[in-house]
Design a protein around this ligand. Structure first.
Ligand SMILES: NC(=O)C1=CN([C@@H]2O[C@H](COP(=O)(O)OP(=O)(O)OC[C@H]3O[C@@H](n4cnc5c(N)ncnc54)[C@H](OP(=O)(O)O)[C@@H]3O)[C@@H](O)[C@H]2O)C=CC1
Ligand SMILES: O=C(O)C1=N[C@H](C(=O)O)C[C@H](O)C1
Length: 268
């Protein structure tokens, strides 16, 4: 089979550059186009040079439609509004769309679900093997321990991150809620301030820290009377997310249109 032709959108960003690097280092894939938005200072620059892997002969453009019609897949770690726009185009082109972007609201999610009627979409708040395995451990722990164990999720990221809680924290929250067979939206507490009263039994709490260059730390705490379990993942290199995204694209190439997660890709 020929190399899968991939477009990197947001190619000038932190993850965009990692994705270009991962594609050049992994077999079975090639960068066929790289996109940034209109007016970006990166337009015209070579995607490989920007990523530090040498010139690839792929200049950044602001024309996703022209790029997608010649591609088999899109790797997208950008912003929610941009991702929804790209999903409409990947649906029209009937190609693979790997979505790492986080911070979606319900309206964004509905549009992505609609696009998945035609596109093969893999979407996850975290593309690493470690976090997706951690989510399965959290699900088992939450199932095994009853509501006497309070669940709190703490995350820390670099100072440039724009959304909170992180997509990963929400993914871990969904896993915990799944283990407990409760609805996360109805039971999550995202902010505490002032006289909050005692902690309601069964809630799942979130706390977000921001600072420095932290790639991504997540801890799920199950706190009982007299004992506490802490399940932690620390990302040390963004390459883990980029490699996961490329794996997801290669996996989705063989699937029917639909909305998939990294659990499907990794077979967890
Ligand atoms: N699922 C996972 O495993 C991971 C997910 N993420 C998520 O990925 C996203 C990006 O993170 P990060 O790389 O750190 O952020 P960056 O801000 O560094 O990169 C985002 C890039 O997308 C560009 N962009 C925004 N809108 C458009 C558009 N309409 N068309 C083309 N390009 C656009 C931005 O350009 P400009 O700066 O001009 O706006 C920027 O270059 C975040 O949501 C983050 O949470 C990050 C790591 C792992
Ligand atoms: O913005 C980031 O950097 C990251 N975002 C993802 C998230 O929101 O969980 C994944 C990773 O933690 C890095």
């Amino acid at each position: 089979m020929s190399d899968m032709r991939l477009v990197v959108v947001g190619a000038g960003g932190r993850m965009g550059r990692q994705l270009v690097q991962a594609i050049t280092e992994m077999s079975g894939v090639t960068v066929c186009a790289a996109i940034e938005r209109e007016g970006s200072k990166f337009l015209g620059q070579d995607a490989g040079t920007l990523a530090g892997v040498g010139e690839l002969g792929v200049p950044l453009t602001d024309d996703p439609l022209a790029a997608f019609v010649k591609a088999e897949g899109v790797l997208d770690f950008t912003r929610p509004d941009a991702t929804v726009g790209f999903a409409e185009l990947t649906a029209q082109a009937r190609i693979v769309h790997v979505i790492g972007t986080t911070g979606f609201d319900a309206a964004h999610e509905a549009k992505i679900e609609a696009a998945a009627r035609h596109a093969r979409i893999v979407k996850s708040g975290n593309m690493s093997l470690g976090v997706n395995l951690l989510a399965e451990l959290v699900r088992s722990a939450a199932r095994a321990l009853d509501e006497d164990f309070d669940i709190e999720i703490v995350e820390m990221h670099h100072r440039h991150k724009v959304d909170a809680p992180s997509g990963t924290a929400l993914l871990l929250g969904e896993a915990a809620a799944g283990g407990r067979e409760i609805d996360l939206k109805a039971r999550s507490v995202r902010v505490r301030d002032g006289h909050t009263g005692e902690r309601p039994v069964g809630d799942i709490g979130f706390a977000s820290l921001r600072g420095g260059s932290v790639v991504g730390d997540h801890t799920v705490i199950l706190a009982g009377e007299g004992e506490r379990i802490e399940l932690t993942h620390k990302a040390q290199d963004r390459a883990i997310f980029a490699r996961g995204a490329v794996k997801a694209a290669l996996w989705a190439r063989r699937q029917k249109p639909g909305l998939y997660s990294m659990v499907d890709v990794l077979g967890l």
